[in-house]
Design a protein around this ligand. Structure first.
Ligand SMILES: Cc1cc2nc3c(=O)[nH]c(=O)nc-3n(C[C@H](O)[C@H](O)[C@H](O)COP(=O)(O)O)c2cc1C
Length: 215
């Protein structure tokens, strides 16, 4: 299996062998500042707060999955954010996935601070009691992920909140009526890349498609 059989060096040297790497060249790419370039990232609305007055929403792109058993994820938050102290004090938060419809609100929650606005009141989003944590979920979001903070790791500009996923909620409309399978592709989720929001475009393969036997 060689996915790059059209590449010149394989054409001239024949089939693959480590020997062909002996004359490795230097890259022709431009060297950039060693900054964050891991793209695309998720973009989510993180809700937090234990009282109606305290409820807040922060938009987060620096988030990700860590492990599956226990289900573990992280969010990286600058200590200057209004949400930072709330999440630290309560030890929990909810990750709300963002679809295209919610993207303008997510962007707004990412440029305005809870110091100046009550973001639920301003946006009209509906806070719902979470089941396992002391934080609101956003009813309009297609999926809510309840998280309990297990570690806070200072990482310089941001602190990394590592959290265990303790409950997940998904809109009924996302389930196949016949099979009851979750069809997340129906959620119209958005992603974030180098300062821009995108929808997910067309599905072109599934897990393991590279080794699947063609019918
Ligand atoms: C797309 C996007 C992604 C963002 N990602 C992060 C992030 O990962 N961590 C962070 O601390 N701030 C991030 N921000 C900035 C905060 O969302 C923003 O400062 C917000 O106003 C903080 O709200 P708060 O002060 O009410 O907590 C992001 C903003 C946007 C628009």
């Amino acid at each position: 299996m060689n996915f790059f059989h059209n590449y010149k060096f394989v054409e001239t040297h024949g089939c693959a062998s480590l020997h062909y790497f002996n004359n490795m060249k230097t890259t022709k790419k431009r060297l950039l500042r060693a900054g964050n370039m891991l793209n695309p990232t998720p973009v989510v609305m993180v809700s937090c707060g234990s009282t109606l007055e305290e409820y807040n929403i922060i938009t987060i792109a620096w988030t990700g999955t860590i492990g599956s058993d226990p289900a573990t994820c992280y969010i990286s938050v600058r200590p200057s954010r209004h949400s930072y102290d709330i999440i630290k004090r309560n030890g929990c938060f909810v990750i709300n996935l963002v679809n295209k419809e919610l993207a303008p609100i997510a962007d707004w929650c990412g440029v305005k601070s809870g110091k100046d606005y009550h973001k639920f009141l301003e946006t009209g989003l509906t806070p719902i009691h979470a089941q396992q944590v002391d934080a609101p979920m956003i009813e309009e979001a297609p999926v809510n992920i309840e998280c309990k903070v297990t570690q806070i790791i200072p990482m310089g500009s941001h602190d990394m909140f590592i959290a265990e996923v303790v409950a997940v909620h998904a809109q009924e409309a996302l389930f196949n009526r016949k099979t009851d399978a979750l069809e997340l592709q129906r959620a119209n989720l958005v992603t974030y890349s180098h300062g821009h929001y995108y929808d997910l475009g067309k599905m072109f393969g599934k897990f393991g498609f590279s080794v699947e036997k063609k019918k």
